[in-house]
Design a protein around this ligand. Structure first.
Ligand SMILES: *Cc1c(COP(=O)(O)O)cnc(C)c1O
Length: 400
């Protein structure tokens, strides 16, 4: 027995897969995907159980490593990313942990952008305890990635666009460097999601997700995933899941599964709102600089537009006059935006990176990364754009 597929035309496109890919309905014929809350699965007889435990027959066995709702989410995300397979994990960080446990050993080397999610840098750095070597390089400097390669480099890890400066890296160029050195390229695709950017079509080997962000899309659950070739998932990641239990809960998988149905319309709508706000911010006297990939002033505007389906994503950062006090003033004057560092929500969030997400860096490290005290980050949601402008104008007008 193998677990059956949904009956869809082989050439079904992204928007159709986002709504339909998964498992066939249960015998009850539900139209919305079922949430299977069960820790184990029953076998018809002892011989079948033995075959299933020996991996000779595909079936659901035990909730630590298999559940139909989680499988539906995995199949849907794999279809959107264009990979053969996917494995869901308890969080985005659990997905990166799975990457390390499944693919690396002591003595191996990783090259990672220095602009990735701060906790990702911590995770690679913490694994020095087990002999893992990591080099952190400037996101957009392709030569720096090439120079950092060593004979024992196994993985290149990139996140594009970056947070909060929306720096873009050239996925195709990094894939070439990785493959020339016998390594694999992993891309954290949280900020664009497969609705805008499909890293494997540009040569990446593995796509990592925090489902917590745009895949859920409404700020409800924590979830993660790795998308890769079937061989990598079944031989490298599934065994880690069985023994180490980085398990995604079926409920969280179900929320992400349903979230993906509206992913592409949300990503486009939120990117368009973000661009409208970015353009408006550029014209405000209290604003010194605006970062958004769709602005022609963005240093990698052309690469971003080519790589991200013509969209800039929903994150906009800007530097206000008056340093930290100015930034705090703008944040505190908002009445609609949520003051939180999370992103990927339909609710617009506003944060001060220098004192929150990047607060553990020294001022010197922060300035090297381009994060000043006057910087504010917005992750634009689905509210009315004019209302959001009004929300920001209140604090900005006090600066001039
Ligand atoms: C949030 C985030 C993560 C970590 O995901 P969790 O689900 O919070 O564990 C990793 N990468 C990026 C880019 C993120 O924004």
């Amino acid at each position: 027995m193998t677990i059956p597929r949904v009956d869809l035309p082989a050439d079904a496109r992204l928007d159709t897969l986002a709504v339909r890919e998964g498992l066939p309905p249960s015998p009850w014929g539900e139209n919305s995907e079922a949430l299977f809350i069960t820790s184990s699965f029953v076998h018809p007889d002892a011989a079948t159980a033995a075959r299933r435990f020996a991996n000779e027959e595909e079936a659901f066995v035990y909730g630590r490593f298999s559940n139909p709702t989680v499988t539906m989410m995995e199949r849907r995300l794999a279809a959107l990313e264009g990979t053969e397979s996917c494995i869901g994990t308890a969080s985005g960080m659990a997905a990166i942990l799975m990457l390390v446990l499944g693919l690396l050993k002591g003595g191996d080397h990783v090259v990672c952008s220095q602009s990735v999610f701060g906790t990702t840098i911590r995770l690679f750095t913490d694994f020095a305890r087990f002999g893992l070597q990591a080099t952190f390089v400037p996101q957009a400097d392709v030569d720096a990635w090439r120079v950092a390669m060593r004979p024992n480099t196994k993985l290149l890890f990139a996140e594009t666009p970056s947070n909060p400066l929306t720096e873009v890296c050239d996925i195709a160029a990094l894939a070439e460097i990785a493959h020339a050195g016998g390594a694999q390229l992993v891309v954290d695709n949280c900020f664009c999601s497969p609705a805008l950017q499909r890293p494997v079509t540009l040569g990446a080997d593995i796509v990592m997700h925090s489902g917590t962000k745009y895949l859920d899309g409404q700020g409800r659950v924590v979830a993660g995933a790795l998308c890769a070739r079937d061989e990598v998932v079944t031989q490298k990641f599934v065994p880690v899941m069985r023994t180490m239990g980085l398990t995604l809960s079926p409920f969280n998988a179900w929320v992400v599964l349903k979230g993906m149905e509206t992913l592409s319309i949300r990503m486009v709508a939120q990117s368009e709102r973000a661009l409208a706000i970015a353009r408006w911010l550029e014209a405000q006297p209290g604003v010194e600089r605006v970062y958004h990939p769709s602005l022609p002033s963005h240093p990698q505007h052309r690469l971003a537009m080519a790589q991200q389906g013509g969209q800039g994503g929903a994150v906009v950062s800007f530097v206000v006059r008056g340093g930290r006090a100015g930034a705090f003033g703008v944040i505190d004057a908002t009445r609609i935006c949520s003051i939180t560092t999370n992103l990927g929500d339909t609710k617009t969030t506003i944060s001060h990176p220098a004192s929150t997400s990047h607060g553990r860096l020294t001022e010197e490290q922060r300035l090297a990364a381009g994060i000043t005290q006057g910087m504010v980050r917005l992750a634009v949601g689905l509210e009315d754009v004019e209302d959001l402008k009004g929300d920001l104008a209140r604090g900005l007008s006090a600066l001039t």
